[in-house]
Design a binder for this molecule. Structure first.
Ligand SMILES: O=P(O)(O)OC[C@H]1O[C@H](O[C@H]2O[C@H](CO)[C@@H](O)[C@H](O)[C@H]2O)[C@H](O)[C@@H](O)[C@@H]1O
Length: 382
C-alpha cells in the first residue's frame, strides 16, 4: 500500500454497514453505488464508528476529510511509512515506472504501424504548479512543443479546468479540448477535423447539471469567504475548492464548510486533486471516459492500430491511465518527482521533462531525419 485514502460518504450504503470505499480520486461515490472491497491504498471505516465520530463533533467530525487532504499533499507523503523516502523504495518505484525519456526508444518501438494519439493534462503537466490558479501560465517553449507534436499526431488537452479557461492558457486552435474533467469536449477549431466524418466534435454529457453547479459555486463562495487563502473556481461543469494557500490548521474548517454545502446535493460528488477539492456530477464520466470518447471520435474505437499516450500528474488522470492499462492500449506517463500509487507505466519528473519528451517525439517523427517513419503520419493537409 503506497497511499492511504480514508473515504467517507453521505450516501447510505445499506450494505455490510460500511462507509463506501471508492476509487482513487473520489471521496463520494455515485448514489446507489455498491461499495467494493477496499483496494490497496484505501481504508474503509465502519459506518457506525464513523457516525459516532460525527456525533462527537469538533475535530473528530471532519478528520477523515483532513486525512485525505493531507494524503493528497506531496509534502505529507513522506510521513506515510509505506512511502518513506528510502533509496530502496524510490529505486523500486522507478523500476516499475521508468523515465519515459530513458525508455523513449522502447516506447516508440511499440508504436510501429500505429497512429500515436497524444493526451495531455494541463496543470502540473504543461504548466508548473503555482499558488494562484489564474496565473498557471504555460511557457512559450512548451506551447511551441505542443504545437509541433500536434502537427504529427492528433492531440488533446484533458483538464479539470473549464474548457475556455484552459484554451486561454494553451491557445492552440488545432487541438481537441476536454475541459471539466472531460465533461466538456470540443474538437479543433481550425485545421483538419480529426473526426470520423466532417462533423465537429462537441460533447457535454453533464449539461443538465449546469444550474446546480452554478448554485453550488455561489454557496461555496459564501461559505468559505471567512477562510483565508481558500479559493473557489468555477469550472463550468464542476467546481474546484483550492486549499493550497490555506493554513493547514484551517483545513478542517474548510472541509466542514464544503461538506455542509455538499450534503444538500446528493447528485454531486467530491474527488481530490493537488491541494484542491473537486466537486462534480455523479455521472459516470471522467478523464478515462473522455479518452475513450476521443479515440472513438477519431475512428480508433476497438482498434489495435492506435497508440494513445496520456501524460498527467494528478489523481484525476488515474482514470485515464487505468483505461489504457485495462485495455492494454498505449501508455500512461505520470508526472511526479515522488513515488505515487499509479496506473501509469512510465514517469517524468516535471513539466520541463514533459517538454523534452514532446521534443523527442517530434524529432523521432520528423521526416527530415532521413529515417523511415515507423508510425502512420497523420495527414494534416486533408
Ligand atoms: O486536470 P488539470 O489540468 O491538471 O486541472 C486540475 C486542477 O488544476 C488547477 O489546480 C491545480 O493547479 C493550480 C495552479 O498551478 C494550483 O494552484 C492548484 O493547487 C492545483 O490543484 C485548477 O486551478 C483546477 O481548477 C483544476 O481542477
Amino acid at each position: 500500500m503506497t497511499k492511504q485514502n480514508v473515504v467517507v460518504s453521505d450516501v447510505k450504503c445499506g450494505i455490510n454497514d460500511m462507509i463506501s470505499v471508492v476509487p482513487k480520486g473520489s471521496l463520494f461515490p455515485s448514489t446507489g453505488q455498491k461499495p467494493p472491497k477496499a483496494p490497496d491504498g484505501y481504508v474503509s471505516i465502519s459506518r457506525n464508528k464513523f457516525l459516532k465520530k460525527l456525533e462527537t463533533g469538533g475535530g473528530a467530525r471532519i478528520n477523515p476529510w483532513v486525512e485525505s487532504m493531507r494524503a493528497s499533499s506531496p509534502t505529507h507523503i513522506k510521513s506515510n511509512p509505506s512511502l518513506s523516502s528510502t533509496v530502496h523504495q524510490e529505486d523500486s518505484w522507478i523500476l516499475d515506472h521508468p523515465s519515459a525519456l530513458n525508455m523513449f526508444e522502447q516506447i516508440m518501438s511499440a508504436s510501429k504501424g500505429k497512429q500515436i494519439v497524444m493526451f495531455l493534462d494541463y496543470d502540473g503537466t504543461l504548466s508548473p504548479i503555482v499558488d494562484d490558479p489564474d496565473r498557471a501560465f504555460m511557457s512559450r517553449a512548451m506551447r511551441a512543443a505542443v504545437k509541433a507534436v500536434a502537427r504529427y499526431f492528433p492531440t488533446a488537452i484533458v483538464s479539470g479546468r473549464c474548457r475556455d479557461k484552459v484554451y486561454s492558457f494553451v491557445r492552440l486552435a488545432e487541438l481537441y479540448y476536454a475541459g471539466s474533467h472531460g465533461m466538456d469536449i470540443k474538437g479543433p477549431a481550425k485545421g483538419p477535423r480529426y473526426s470520423k466524418g466532417n462533423e465537429p466534435v462537441l460533447f457535454q454529457p453533464a449539461s443538465e447539471f449546469l444550474p446546480m453547479i452554478d448554485e453550488v459555486y455561489k454557496a461555496l463562495v459564501e461559505k468559505i469567504k471567512s477562510i483565508p487563502g481558500a479559493k473557489v473556481e468555477h469550472n463550468r461543469f464542476c467546481v474546484s475548492v483550492h486549499f493550497r494557500c490555506v493554513d493547514e490548521k484551517k483545513w478542517g474548517s474548510l472541509a466542514e464548510q464544503v461538506r455542509a454545502v455538499l450534503k444538500e446535493y446528493p447528485k454531486l460528488r467530491l474527488s481530490q486533486g493537488r491541494k484542491v477539492l473537486e466537486i462534480r456530477p455523479t455521472i459516470k464520466w471522467d478523464k478515462g471516459r473522455a479518452l475513450e470518447f476521443l479515440l472513438e471520435s477519431l475512428g480508433y474505437a476497438n482498434c489495435s492500430n492506435v497508440l494513445p499516450v496520456y501524460i498527467g500528474d494528478d489523481r484525476t488522470d488515474e482514470d485515464a491511465f487505468k483505461v489504457l492499462r485495462d485495455k492494454g492500449l498505449g501508455f500512461g506517463i505520470l508526472v511526479s518527482k515522488i513515488p505515487k500509487d499509479t496506473n501509469a507505466s512510465y514517469s517524468l519528473q516535471e513539466p520541463s521533462e514533459v517538454m523534452l519528451f514532446l521534443h523527442r517525439l517530434v524529432e523521432w517523427q520528423r521526416p527530415s531525419r532521413g529515417r523511415p517513419r515507423e508510425s502512420k503520419i497523420y495527414n494534416t493537409s486533408t
